[in-house]
Design a protein around this ligand. Structure first.
Ligand code: UT7
Length: 333
């Protein structure tokens, strides 16, 4: 008699796509009261990619998705669900995911966006995990895609130096296995009491879009940098430890950490608390800045492609972003 094995959710392919255009700290020095030295020392960022006209979350996301599908050996028409994690959708509606679906020809997929800003990808993984482990679906594409540059106030040196554009994607498959493999668990949280800590205050629901609101600079990102920094270190550490404990694992079991790429000092502080040697921590913000919901899947893809993540490695993803939202996921690769 065939024993029914538990459903697992395994990442079978990763992909990413970056805009060609590079903007360095030295470029920013020309128009802003800042310096390459300040940005490097306080953030670790040296350059970032900025979308050109015609590039958007859907175009970058679709290309990242195609690359993930190729890596997974999967056909677009076999995808059951597309989740695009973005806080910079192409248009107000329809969802960016529907544009991606059309672009890649994923004809049978249900497609929708989720909005959890930098934490979006971990939230998206968590949704995919439920559908795969319940046996409802076989193949799910989770994409993090952002064009943060469109929301920057390019005169605000405390924010515009931090962000960049790009997209990353993963294909997740249902797999029956006795062993705990693939996405072991995900842990996600929100605290709306701190909604204003990182916000683009201009919207569409409270008031009609007006010329005045645009002139008042409401459609750009505002951040309480120091407060966000502190809470990021605390929550990313806490939720990482929770994920380990949930799986009866310890810090010592970890092979690789893929943290959200907001600030090198945040990453170092979290790594220190997790007692992770820096060689095991993936960092790409020197080249890309903070790409919001795309940051973890891009870093994951680069780590896989450069062989820093290998089969059977225990991989931790950890993030905090606007909302506030935060989360972690543990993966047996
Ligand atoms: O992805 C979502 C999560 N986001 C984050 O986690 C971001 C968290 N926050 C941070 O990464 C940091 O707080 C920042 C990088 C945003 C700021 O670094 P900081 O070390 O907290 O600097 P600060 O805000 O305390 O500012 C220190 C000084 C100020 O000058 P005064 O008042 O001491 O004269 C700022 O005006 O640095 C000044 N400053 C700058 N100087 C040169 C702020 N931005 C710049 C700049 N260039 N770009």
């Amino acid at each position: 008699m065939n024993k029914h094995l538990p459903n697992r959710a395994r990442i079978t392919g990763t992909g990413s796509c970056l805009p060609e255009r590079i903007v360095t700290n030295l470029d920013l020095e020309k128009t802003l009261d800042t310096s390459d030295q300040w940005i490097r020392e306080r953030t670790g960022i040296i350059e970032r990619r900025i979308a050109e006209k015609g590039e958007s979350s859907s175009t970058l996301g679709a290309e990242a998705a195609r690359r993930a599908l190729t890596a997974a050996g999967e056909k677009p028409e076999d995808i059951d669900m597309i989740i695009v994690c973005t806080s910079t959708p192409d248009v107000i509606y329809p969802s960016t995911a529907c544009f991606v679906q059309r672009e890649i020809g994923a004809s049978k997929a249900v497609a929708y966006d989720i909005s959890a800003v930098c934490s979006g990808f971990v939230f998206g993984l968590s949704i995919a995990e439920q559908y795969l482990k319940s046996g409802r679906y076989e193949t799910i594409l989770v994409i993090g895609a952002e064009v943060n540059s469109r929301l920057m106030d390019w005169t605000d040196r405390s924010t515009c130096i931090l962000f960049g554009d790009g997209a990353g994607a993963v294909v997740l498959k249902r797999e029956e296995s006795e062993e705990p493999v693939g996405l072991l668990s995900s842990h996600i949280y929100s605290d709306g009491n701190r909604a204003e800590m990182l916000i683009v205050p201009g919207g569409i629901g409270r008031e009609t879009i007006s010329r005045q609101a645009v002139e008042d600079n409401l459609y750009t990102l505002k951040m309480e940098g120091q407060a966000t920094f502190k809470v990021a270190v605390k929550k990313m550490t806490e939720v990482s430890l929770e994920a380990l404990e949930h799986n009866n694992l310890t810090k010592e079991n970890l092979n690789v950490v893929v943290p959200h790429q907001a600030n090198r000092r945040i990453i170092s502080a979290v790594a220190e608390k997790l007692k992770m040697d820096s060689s095991k921590v993936i960092v790409n913000l020197d080249k890309l800045g903070n790409t919001g919901g795309a940051s973890i899947p891009i870093a994951l893809d680069q780590a896989v492609k450069s062989n820093r993540i290998k089969r059977d490695d225990l991989v931790l993803l950890t993030v905090l972003g606007a909302g506030l939202t935060w989360g972690a996921a543990l993966i047996r690769w």
